[in-house]
Design a protein around this ligand. Structure first.
Ligand SMILES: *Cc1c(COP(=O)(O)O)cnc(C)c1O
Ligand SMILES: [Zn+2]
Length: 417
């Protein structure tokens, strides 16, 4: 294995060796992994990929490891679901859900990035890993740190969902709540990386970590029969996932796995934190940082690291962006659950509601293939639904009381018809 030339500055193109470093020393541009595509093309065919296990490592030549992964052996290859019922409702007969709410082991797409980042941390010889998180990343770093026998620290805003805090504490690692929003936590983590020399997955390991997101795109294409979709709707926090799905599709064309890469990208955010979406919709040259105020905590990043690049990628692809209110996102969660039987978290509610708006506004042609990216699990953000659902009917263990309920349901249905 080993198909990586090194790192390359996205802005000035300067080359760097493979090292835990994320900013260019000359122009402060972000560093990206640079691959030897000719070499990858000579070994990676559809047949080779299809012969491998159902996990992200089936695309391992397109990931930045030199050796075999040490954690996350079962991450990825989540279902691509044909959404017949939701599609009917939206007038979209070729609608699909890429369902990372059932990713192994921590039920969000973050397992993809963490599997790559911690395997790379091992190659670099780190013994301590850490992250700044809005919730899901912390869950995943904690779980994989245990798998890989790392020491670990998770830094998070103190006010995120209880379930996400518990879903990190359970692994018995060091969890630190910060009295700040994500952007403050992230700034602190940059200082921590300098001072303690740890592998902070979304700071100094960011170039390697972010590559894991490409597998979300690889899988969509493979699962559609080696055909990229015409439209993809992606929730945006830092703006990395949307960029990497696009990169995945472009790379697959470059190495001859597919013939076309004319997918349009649509970004989804919450109205209470929509710096990228606003920049797209209002044609702003630069991203204007915002102070997050939304229940969609997992995507509440007010100063998105990849905001500028994701805005450019969306525009260049002929796509668009949309943001939705907290009420709309809750409707989105319910809509997906009631039509497709998939319970997603707040970020997924944002993505479903944004897709609906984009179709209704004529931004997406509903007759073409559309993939909605569902990136996290609803069981982790249950508090968003407090007071939003009808309570169960409580009865005695008596068949007559059941008869009454069934009669009521039947008469209600009769009225609806
Ligand atoms: C982190 C996260 C995202 C977005 O990730 P970025 O790559 O930072 O844009 C989307 N959905 C969920 C559930 C997440 O946890
Ligand atoms: Zn540079």
């Amino acid at each position: 294995m080993g198909y990586v030339n090194g790192l390359k500055c996205r802005e000035c193109g300067r080359d760097y060796p493979k090292e835990p470093k994320h900013v260019c020393a000359y122009c402060f541009g972000p560093l990206e992994v640079d691959y030897d595509y000719d070499k990858i093309k000579s070994v990676l065919t559809r047949k080779v990929i299809e012969s491998r296990g159902p996990n992200i490592w089936r695309y391992r030549e397109l990931l930045p490891l030199d050796g075999d992964p040490v954690v996350g052996h079962h991450v990825g290859f989540t279902p691509l679901v044909k959404a017949e019922n939701l599609g009917k409702l939206l007038g979209a007969p070729n609608l699909y859900i890429k369902n990372d709410s059932v990713n192994h082991p921590t039920f969000s797409f973050k397992d993809r990035v963490v599997a790559v980042a911690l395997s790379k941390a091992k190659e670099f010889g780190f013994d301590t890993v850490a992250c700044a998180t809005t919730g899901n990343l912390g869950n995943s770093v904690a779980a994989h740190a245990v798998q890989g026998n790392f020491k670990s620290y998770i830094f998070m805003p103190a006010t995120i969902e209880q379930t996400k805090i518990i879903g990190t504490l359970i692994y018995g690692i060091n969890v630190v709540g910060i009295n700040s929003n994500y952007d403050g936590v992230n700034r602190l983590c940059a200082e921590i990386a300098d001072k303690y020399g740890w592998a902070i997955v979304n700071v100094n390991l960011r170039p390697f970590y972010a590559e894991g997101s490409k597998t979300y795109g690889h899988e969509i294409v493979e699962q559609l029969g080696w055909k990229p979709p015409k439209h993809v709707v992606v929730p945006m926090a830092g703006g990395s996932l949307i960029l990497k799905i696009q990169k995945a599709i472009k790379e697959m064309k470059k190495i001859g796995l597919i013939d076309s890469d004319d997918t349009s990208f649509y970004g989804a955010q919450a109205t209470g934190c929509a710096p990228i979406s606003r920049a797209v919709k209002e044609d702003m040259e630069f991203i204007k940082p915002e102070k997050p105020n939304t229940i969609a905590h997992s995507i509440a990043i007010g100063n998105p690291a990849d905001g500028h690049y994701s805005k450019e990628a969306i525009k260049g692809s002929g796509g668009w962006a949309e943001h939705v209110t907290d009420d709309e996102l809750i409707e989105g969660i319910k809509l997906l659950a009631e039509t497709e039987g998939i319970f997603t978290e707040t970020a997924g509610g944002v993505t479903v509601a944004a897709t609906r708006k984009l179709i209704e506004a004529g931004k997406i042609d509903p007759s073409e293939s559309i993939v909605i990216c569902i990136t996290g699990n609803g069981l982790k953000t249950q508090e968003a639904l407090a007071g939003q659902l009808k309570q169960p009917t409580i009865i005695n263990a008596d068949i007559k009381e059941v008869d009454k309920i069934v009669e009521e349901v039947n008469s209600r249905e009769a009225v609806m018809v």
